[in-house]
Design a binder for this molecule. Structure first.
Ligand SMILES: [Zn+2]
Length: 361
């Protein structure tokens, strides 16, 4: 099996592979065009949805990629591999699978974690009628995250301040301040938005339609950028009452940000909320698989550089190209051993999800 061959070098290539795999096997695909933006090469941007199994199935497994844009190199590779190996040929009765390719196609194409409005989708699934949560810790670090220059004195001063903050309060506190999500600075990091994004609204429509008959829903969202190289951490997300079920399905190494056992900080407005609200008649067991790439501080630095680039820099410059490479390396390890690791773990957990959703009561 040519596992590294499942993975693509660009969003456009990944999308073509996904569509071709579906076409070859007569799997119907819905294409949702994002009219708000274009890709890095001017291409159209789509969230593509493939369904395998009966429409009336009461058990549904949803596997999604590219919630965080450039993390889609990994997730799309796994989805293409599942199609290539015909992993869902012998689904149990009354069970269907939904593959959602590129929830955030803009970020995938431009190798950004955010969408076309600088929004982190995994902070965007809030009820905005209630106002937005505050994150006072973020205010303290925002200015350092977005210095006026990237190679000059402002950056050096900001770096020193961050270094001091980490020495004083610890890396975990810094990570939580930066990554917890904020709804104040639209030019900042981990910005959750002022309202529901295109991806949010589109995804809700997709789930409402496809989970209409579902009583049990398993959701796996594929991510990269946290944890040890190639390791796939199983992060439980959502209503605490589902955690024992997730542990029963996937094993004792399921982690939870709320319990402090995850590489992820506690975040609000995550995507599982939109899934739950769009499938109110189904029990939901939602996880993120978080595959490790490089150390967390280097990942945060890449995100900081990328944010600076789009707010204050020039993407087409030599510096811009270097930052884009830094982003790619932070969220995608283009190495055969890494691809083998993420694929093997992905298949293991997807098989557990099918077995779990099948026996759910
Ligand atoms: Zn992610």
């Amino acid at each position: 099996m040519d596992v590294p061959g499942f993975f693509s070098a660009t969003y456009a290539e990944a999308r073509t592979r996904f569509l071709e795999c579906c076409m070859k096997r007569d799997i119907r695909v819905e294409n949702h065009l994002n009219e708000r933006a274009k890709g890095a090469d001017g291409e159209d941007l789509y969230m593509d949805v493939a369904r395998i199994g009966p429409q009336e199935a009461s058990r549904l497994l949803v596997i999604s990629s590219g919630t965080h844009g450039g993390e889609g190199f990994c997730g799309s590779g796994i989805q293409v591999g599942l199609l290539e190996t015909e992993a869902f040929q012998n689904l149990p009765a009354d069970t269907a699978v939904l593959l959602i390719h590129a929830i955030n196609p803009y970020g995938f194409s431009h190798i950004r974690r955010v969408n076309e409005d600088n929004i982190d989708l995994n902070r965007n699934f809030l009820d905005f009628t209630d106002g937005v949560p505050d994150n006072p810790a973020y205010h303290e670090v925002h200015e350092w995250l977005l210095p006026d220059d990237w190679d000059g004195p402002a950056r050096a001063k900001a770096d020193a301040a961050i270094q001091h903050y980490i020495e004083d309060k610890g890396l975990k506190t810094f990570q939580a301040a930066v990554t917890g999500g904020q709804h104040i600075h639209a030019d900042g990091l981990f910005f959750g938005g002022f309202g529901p994004s295109w991806s949010n609204k589109t995804l809700r429509g997709v789930i409402a339609k496809h989970a209409k008959n579902a009583r049990h829903l398993a959701f796996i969202d594929l991510h990269t950028g946290l944890g040890p190289y190639g390791h796939g951490e199983i992060i439980y997300v959502g209503d605490p009452e589902g955690l024992p079920r997730a542990t029963e399905w996937y094993g004792d190494d399921v982690t939870s940000p709320e319990a402090g056992t995850s590489a992820s900080a506690i975040v609000r407005g995550t995507i599982d909320a939109g899934i739950a609200e769009s499938a109110p008649n189904a029990s939901l067991t939602a996880i993120a698989i978080e595959y490790g790439t490089i150390p967390v501080l280097e990942v945060l630095n890449a995100l900081r550089a990328d944010n600076w680039l789009y707010i204050k820099g020039d993407v087409e410059s030599t510096q811009g190209k270097a930052i884009k490479q830094q982003m790619r390396d932070a969220f995608y390890c283009d190495a055969d051993d890494w691809k083998e690791m993420v694929w093997t773990r992905g298949v293991e957990l997807i098989n557990k999800a099918i077995a779990g959703v099948r026996r759910a009561e």
